[in-house]
Design a protein around this ligand. Structure first.
Ligand SMILES: Cc1ncc(COP(=O)(O)O)c(C=O)c1O
Length: 432
């Protein structure tokens, strides 16, 4: 029996609805319990038995409470096994496999991403990470001339802000930074972007981050992109942190171009990202230097990856399978629930400032905080170090917000409420 068939049987035996397509997840051992009939994602989010079962599919390391899962996502064990199998297969087959079979095998990975995002296959290009996709989009954008302006925000990814600035020297444009409030609703964020559009009628291009890597703030991409389109401003969307943290399809974003990671919340091996370019929008993004696309029909010419990790790319269907078994909406709801466990407590602590969403739609499972009035780099570093040294909690300092520095808190699907309680206990005990 082939693995795909075994996987389907395992999934069905567990009562989990079969997803529209399947990878070849070495998943005969995967038997996630079916969520109780009719249980909505927000109810399932509180079902500790179910999430303990999910957690049992991940290897854990003892000794520290890790609340820094925004860096990259841990592979579930069946995905890791599929990845190790692929590594052995590729290594044994070497160039014969690489030249004869890999191109068609990796095509399956592209199809799986396209299907999961609701895109066409020819709109998706594999990359090694979101940086590769987004940096190429920014650098190869050809709609700029001297006197134009480009927009980014404080909540954007630091290295992409740098590249937006580099456009000043390389293209003679003006880079404008929009500072968002430390806490914001969807409406307030949209209003700020509208104000920036009004204030800078020379804007031609903007970077728009779906979920900020600083504090998990959700930007209302579709509404802002629609407004930008009306004003003739092109949008490059940074979805590096959002796919899997939030459950959505590409059409929900309403953008022409986006960069994704699969090694964060989709749970692929490290080294897997994707570029999305909507059909009919290729003419404004030049091919990779030296490559040609005379008809502007091949998004793939926008990336030149070189030799990359074959096995990681081949494991994409397996990662998407495992993600689908949990369910994107269930994952999002659980992560939101875990975030609420600490932010609800923290909101009642006068010495703590919670950063990010001011309404639920602006929140994700990722969040951030600082001690009230303590927003310097030194303050944030001290807070991170105290959490680690005195309480055994691992977090990370984020330095990009206009409102100041903070400590980011990011649980994963295998994080337990007890681990979140360790954080809130620590927050109670750390007084300014
Ligand atoms: C919002 C955002 N953009 C871009 C990136 C870059 O991702 P990568 O390093 O995987 O390319 C990250 C990584 O944390 C991110 O959070």
């Amino acid at each position: 029996m082939n693995l795909r068939r075994r996987h389907l049987i395992a999934a069905l035996a567990a009562g989990v609805a079969a997803a529209p397509t399947r990878g070849r997840l070495a998943a005969e051992r995967v038997s996630l319990p079916s969520p109780p009939e009719g249980q909505s994602p927000s109810v399932l989010a509180r079902n500790e038995n179910y999430w303990r079962e999910v957690a049992s599919h991940y290897d854990r390391s003892d000794g520290i409470v890790n609340l820094e899962h925004g860096y990259w996502g841990k592979m579930a064990r069946p995905v890791q096994e599929a990845y190790l199998d692929a590594t052995r297969r590729v290594n044994a087959g070497n160039s014969v496999y690489g030249r004869r079979h890999y191109p068609s095998d990796v095509g399956r990975s592209v199809r799986h991403i396209a299907q999961a995002l609701g895109a066409h296959d020819d709109e998706i290009v594999l990359t090694r990470n979101a940086s590769e996709a987004i940096q190429n989009l920014i650098r190869q954008y050809r709609g700029l001339g001297a006197g134009d302006a480009v927009l980014y925000a404080d909540v954007d990814y630091p290295q992409f802000k740098t590249t937006m600035h580099w456009l000043e020297s390389s293209r003679g444009v003006r880079a404008v930074m929009l500072a968002l409030p430390a806490r914001a609703t969807q409406q307030a964020i949209l209003d700020r972007y509208r104000q920036a559009f009004d204030a800078h009628p020379d804007l031609r291009l903007m970077l728009l981050t779906h979920v900020s890597n600083q504090h998990g703030l959700v930007i209302p991409v579709a509404a802002i992109a629609a407004e930008a389109r009306q004003r003739g401003i092109d949008v490059i969307c940074d979805s590096a942190q959002s796919w899997g943290l939030l459950d959505y399809r590409i059409s929900d974003l309403g953008v022409d171009w986006a960069g994704f990671n699969l090694h964060k919340w989709i749970g692929s091996p490290v080294g897997v990202g994707a570029l999305y370019m909507r059909r009919g929008t290729l003419e404004k993004i030049a091919p990779f230097p030296g490559e040609a696309d005379p008809d502007n029909t091949r998004a793939a010419t926008r990336i030149h990856m070189g030799t990359a990790n074959f096995a990681a790319m081949l494991s994409i269907p397996d990662a998407l399978d495992f993600h689908t078994l949990i369910g994107g909406a269930n994952k999002e709801a659980r992560l939101r629930y875990l975030r609420g466990l600490w932010t609800d407590e923290a909101e009642r602590m006068p010495h703590v400032e919670v950063l990010g969403g001011a309404d639920e739609a602006s929140w994700t499972g990722m969040g951030a905080f600082r001690l009230a009035g303590k927003s310097s780099a030194h303050d944030a570093q001290q807070l991170q170090q105290r959490l680690e040294r005195d309480f055994g909690i691992f977090t990370v300092v984020r330095k990009g917000l206009a409102s100041g520095h903070c400590v980011r808190i990011t649980p994963q699907v295998f994080t337990s409420p007890r681990e979140i309680m360790a954080l809130t206990d620590a927050m109670q005990r750390i007084r300014a």
